[in-house]
Design a binder for this molecule. Structure first.
Ligand SMILES: [Zn+2]
Length: 151
């Protein structure tokens, strides 16, 4: 992805992202609490909803690297994502309402991946693409499991 394409993607993400982090170098050096992979087919409002669900499910998360089709494009911040949702959703989702993880949307669901070792943690994706499956640094490819299921 060249700089122009990157800027275009960031314009589309608008109020969800940290405007200070825009260049490839800044993205590479950005301090984040995790990654959020998504597909370029995802509509902006769907992405905003998925991101909000991710932040709500992880209270420790402040900043997430947005990975579009496997490419780092921006850093989403908790304040901006949840703030934007408050404006657009009008309190449709209760704070801390985990039900949204289990299928609040009828169009897609949050996918959870794990390597099978409880100590290794989980990764989340809003889409399934064999090219971009998350990997555990120790055990290799992670497997899809139902979001919200017991480990
Ligand atoms: Zn592992």
């Amino acid at each position: 992805m060249d700089d122009e394409a990157l800027r275009q993607v960031q314009r589309e993400l608008g109020g969800l992202i940290d405007p200070e982090i825009c260049g490839q170098g800044a993205l590479a050096a950005a301090q984040v609490d995790g990654e959020f992979g998504y597909d370029s087919d995802l509509e902006a409002d769907e992405l905003a909803e998925e991101l909000a669900a991710r932040f709500r499910a992880g209270p420790h998360l402040g900043r997430l690297m947005l990975v579009r089709d496997g490419v780092r494009v921006a850093v989403g911040t908790r304040e901006r994502v949840l703030g934007a949702e408050d404006i657009t959703a009008g309190g449709e989702f209760g704070a801390g309402d985990r039900a949204v993880l289990l299928g609040g949307s009828t169009r897609y669901r949050l996918l959870e991946f794990a390597c099978g070792h409880a100590s290794c943690g989980t990764e989340y994706r809003s889409f399934y693409d064999e090219r971009f499956l998350p990997r555990c640094p120790t055990h290799g490819a992670m497997e899809l499991r139902l979001a919200g299921a017991a480990p």
